[in-house]
Ligand binder design. Structure first.
Ligand code: 2HA
Ligand code: ZN
Length: 270
């Protein structure tokens, strides 16, 4: 059996959450990440039949029965993951009912997966129906996106168009746009269902006055997605109170679509 701390998925997870912390997106125990693993990918690093504990998921996600996830722990600080990955991360398999998580590695202090596990699992299930290559769901609290939800309309088309207008690359990185949920109580199945619903049409979902969810095929891509949206929100927060003299026009956004072979969300451009 190989040392799981040397597994590429583990190394990449530790690097990513460390970088998220460094970006200021994950104060204290803020944020959570889940990475879907192939059985073969995980098996090489695990004991056979080595279920350490069975933890009720608190909801049912039969679409993901038998799937493996590396996931951050509830109450854990991203700041500390690199120093004690086995305490702060866990590798779980959803059982055949999709109602329990079998702990296969990690959470060695008796801990468990993130309080946002429902939103993560339901979002994975939703994204996989649209993109079978989706592997990552990532949640964090980037300051500028959060700030924007206090001063900008929460209309999804308007919110998306503003972000696209803030940096040239935005429409190329997230042509599907950004969906927005109103403030809701976090950590519940209700916000999980609502997030998964929004994930049907976009890989970014803003939780107003809280943070953002991103989804993607790997950790780099998902990190980059949030990074790009957050950069655009930062520009917006720098200029929103100033007289607007120039912008990126819809005509220019159409040129970007053509040049980079992307299609903007239907009905979002003039
Ligand atoms: O505490 O970010 O949304 C982790 C969170 C909850
Ligand atoms: Zn949060």
């Amino acid at each position: 059996m190989k040392d799981i701390l040397t597994a590429p998925f583990m190394v990449e997870m530790i690097r990513t959450v460390t970088e998220m912390y460094r970006h200021g997106w994950d104060e204290r125990n803020g944020g959570n990440v889940s990475l879907l693993l192939d059985k073969s990918e995980a098996d090489a690093y695990l004991e056979e039949n080595g279920v350490i504990r069975t933890i009720p998921a608190g909801f049912s996600c039969p679409e993901l029965a038998g799937r493996y996830f590396l996931v951050t722990g509830t109450g854990k600080y991203f700041k500390n993951v690199q120093y004690a990955p086995d305490v702060n991360l866990g590798l779980v398999r959803l059982d055949d009912t999709g109602e329990n998580a079998e702990l296969l590695w990690g959470f060695t202090d008796g801990g468990k997966f993130t309080s946002e596990f429902p939103a993560h699992m339901m979002s994975h299930a939703a994204r996989l129906t649209i993109d079978p290559h989706n592997r990552v769901v990532m949640h964090c609290h980037p300051a500028n996106l959060l700030a924007m939800t206090y001063v900008h309309s929460l209309d999804e088309r308007e919110f998306t168009r503003t972000l696209w207008q803030m940096c040239t690359e935005c429409i190329v990185v997230f042509p599907d746009g950004v969906n927005v949920l109103p403030w809701m109580l976090c950590g519940t199945s209700e916000i999980g269902i609502a997030t998964a619903g929004k994930m049907q049409t976009a890989r970014l979902v803003v939780w107003s006055q809280h943070g953002i969810y991103g989804a993607g095929k790997d950790l780099d891509e998902t990190f980059g997605l949030i990074e790009t949206a957050e950069k655009a929100a930062e520009i917006y927060m720098k200029i929103a109170h100033l007289p607007l003299v120039n912008t990126i026009t819809d005509e220019q956004l159409h040129l970007l679509e053509e040049r980079f072979g992307v299609r903007a969300r239907e009905g979002y451009l003039h």
